[in-house]
Design a protein. Structure first.
Ligand SMILES: Cc1ncc(COP(=O)(O)O)c(C=O)c1O
Length: 417
């Protein structure tokens, strides 16, 4: 099998060089070349349509990162964009006072999400996770937080601690997904002071294999939260409006007290939500100041309402599950055939191909070579982040992807035999 040739990413590199003199580091956070494979992946995108991307050098890709999660339908989804354009043209979207769409969206969320009674609307996932912790602390008059998963870039939870005084995160403790004993031990020590347990209800820890909840795990955490009087918060920023219309809590049948939603709710427009039980949520009105200039901007509410309308009308998530299950079954067969230590984890709407860790570190080379071949062939995955399926991935797109996975793994096999 012949290796695919390196992409021409000249313009990306030129723009990156220019960016490095304008923006610290050129690009921020998880968009850095080292978050993919430096020298192989494009750095700047020109446009997207459906499930396809075109970079600034004209390379075309079938995309499986979906903007790191918000793209549930597809890029430039006409109905959503037109609803937003109409709002901007005919009414405007940025005012001092709120427009009525917050009520419409809060009603819809209460209808769909099991724990939802009252909702507040913000912009980013980090806004929402941070607001949920503040609400839980205000409601319980307690301080400590148990956390499990990625919750954003704010002081209390970011991994890189530079620039943050220790006191801002010293009351926050981490436990592992599917590890109720670890949580139980932490609560045995800190339970009476614990305000919140915040966790992703489906396991998608950064850079690691994905984890389905083991039988009884979510129920045990629910029980521990009740036992210690802590607010249970599900971080459904990735899973909301993707695993089901009611999120992972609906799929797995265990309901938290609060939940945060974002990403897929508005197909790319910036909006996030804290939703939950009335008595807990009322702390937001009674004891807190949660306000920001852009929180009430209505273009994102319009986008969310339209996206939810399409998700319901066209039964989008059922189709994503069906396509994804078929796709994962075929990927698994390819992995089994090549037997090079590649592993598939996750569930139909979000899955991840990783390489089994070995002491020699060969897995890192396999990972680099596999994802290098994939990007060169025109398939945009990340070596360090799971993939998503969106509505606009067609069977044909997925078949092309399967062929590329097969070819790329056979190259890996040849190299590491
Ligand atoms: C589970 C989870 N929570 C919170 C966040 C933070 O969201 P944002 O990047 O919109 O601030 C993310 C972002 O990836 C996330 O995946």
């Amino acid at each position: 099998m012949k290796e695919a040739g390196k992409l021409n990413i000249t313009k990306s590199l030129e723009l990156y060089e220019e960016a490095s003199s304008l923006v610290p580091g050129g690009v921020l956070g998880a968009r850095k070349p080292t978050d993919f494979i430096a020298g192989e992946y494009p750095i700047f995108i020109e446009s997207g349509k459906g499930c396809r991307l075109i970079d600034v050098d004209g390379n075309e890709f079938i995309d499986f990162l979906c903007g790191y999660g918000p793209i549930i339908l597809g890029y430039r989804e006409k109905e959503v964009d037109e609803a937003v354009n109409k709002q901007i043209r005919e009414k405007g979207f940025c005012f001092t006072l709120s427009q009525k769409y917050q009520n419409d969206l809060a009603k819809k969320i209460a209808e769909l999400v099991p724990c939802a009674e009252l909702s507040i609307f913000l912009k980013t996932g980090s806004d929402a996770t941070t607001a949920s912790i503040r609400i839980a602390r205000a409601y319980t008059n307690k301080v400590k937080v148990m956390r499990c998963g990625y919750h954003g870039w704010h002081d209390w939870c970011v991994e890189m601690k530079g620039g943050i005084p220790e006191k801002f995160y010293e009351d926050v403790y981490e436990f592992g997904y599917n590890n109720p004993n670890q949580l139980e031990e932490l609560l045995a020590e800190h339970g009476p002071e614990t305000a919140a347990i915040i966790m992703t209800p489906f396991g998608h820890p950064n850079h690691q294999e994905m984890q389905i909840p083991r039988p009884g795990f979510l129920e045990t955490v629910r029980g521990l939260a009740d036992k210690y009087g802590a607010v249970l918060i599900y971080d459904e920023i990735r899973t909301g409006f993707r695993l089901s219309m009611g999120g992972a809590q609906k799929l797995y049948g265990v309901s938290p007290d609060l939940s945060v939603l974002g990403k897929a709710i508005a197909n790319g427009y910036p909006i996030s939500v804290v939703t939950g039980k009335k008595d807990v949520m009322m702390a937001a009105a009674e004891k807190l100041f949660i306000s920001s200039t852009f929180f009430p901007n209505s273009e994102a509410f319009i986008a969310a309402l339209k996206t939810i309308e399409i998700l319901e009308r066209d039964n989008v998530l059922a189709e994503i599950w069906e396509k994804g299950e078929w796709f994962m079954e075929k990927i698994q067969a390819i992995l089994d055939k090549h037997d090079v230590g590649a592993e598939l984890t996750g569930i139909a709407p979000m899955f991840y191909i990783t390489f089994k860790k070995d002491v020699s570190g060969a897995y890192k080379g396999k990972r680099r070579d596999f994802y290098t071949q994939m990007i060169r062939k025109g398939f945009f995955f990340s070596p360090y982040h799971h993939a998503y399926i969106c509505y606009r991935h067609t069977e044909e797109d997925l078949k092309l992807t399967l062929r590329a996975i097969d070819e790329s793994l056979s190259l890996v096999k040849e190299k590491y035999k």
